[in-house]
Design a protein around this ligand. Sequence first.
Ligand code: KIV
Length: 298
Amino acid sequence: MSTQGAESFGKPVTVPRLLRMKERGERIAMVTAYDATFAQMLDQGGADILLVGDSLGMVVQGRETTLPVTVDEIIYHCRAVARGTSRAMIVGDMPFLSAQISPEEALRNAGRFLSEGGAHAVKLEGGRSAAPTVARLVDAGVPVMGHVGLLPQSVHAMGGFRVQGRTVEEAARVRDDARAIADAGAFAIVLEGVPSDLAAEITAELHVPTIGIGAGPGCDGQVLVSYDLLGLTPNLRPKFVKRYAEWFEEGRAAMTRYRDEVREGVFPAPEHGFGVVREEPAAAPSNVLRIGGYGPRG
Ligand code: KIV
């Protein structure tokens, strides 16, 4: 895909590079992506990590939770994202029950993300009880990003999307979960929905980067759902999201302008049409569908 006009943000992002970023105090910018066009835009915009998150179940498929998302769906979206990405690390999110049944089944699924989906790493939700699975994957050469704190795949067990670690007991559990996942070999850990002080303490303690979402400024990096940061989720305004654009409103207004211009006969204007070919062109005529196109372009 084209990189014309894009600022260069340096070499491809790798696991060793992320570890060096933590050592140097350079913050990591991670964002979700689900298709090639968004991936191209976010990659060229400087994203360090593109997460093909199971949040696609909610923002792309319109579901209430992430639970119905399947391994095949994540792989499908990983492939699309890989086609649009040249610098960012691509992380495929292991959906509900793809990593929980056994470490062997988790390895089979995770392997497909890398071999079929073109992902560079996987993300896996879960604390201490997921550590043996993380260790198995890492041992087999699959880079794993952990995910502790608020676990969307455990939404029913947690009684909703609730901040985790507010009591002394819960804070000790989140800290222990993060330690166990780091010790099992994860190269980074997402801290979701965790009080800012606790996230900063965990970040200071771990040798691997923490990536926060709703976990305050003390993490080594941040992750947001791209649809949230671009203002594409009109009915959702979580406290931890900052919107950097208002694309839903802009898109809706653009649609209305287009509709009005079609109705009024303003679009298409003469310059949007094709002329008559009066002589046989030497080369292929410009109104022939080109490989890779989806309609006449010339
Ligand atoms: O699925 C997802 O998008 C995530 C991030 C919000 C961390 O897991």
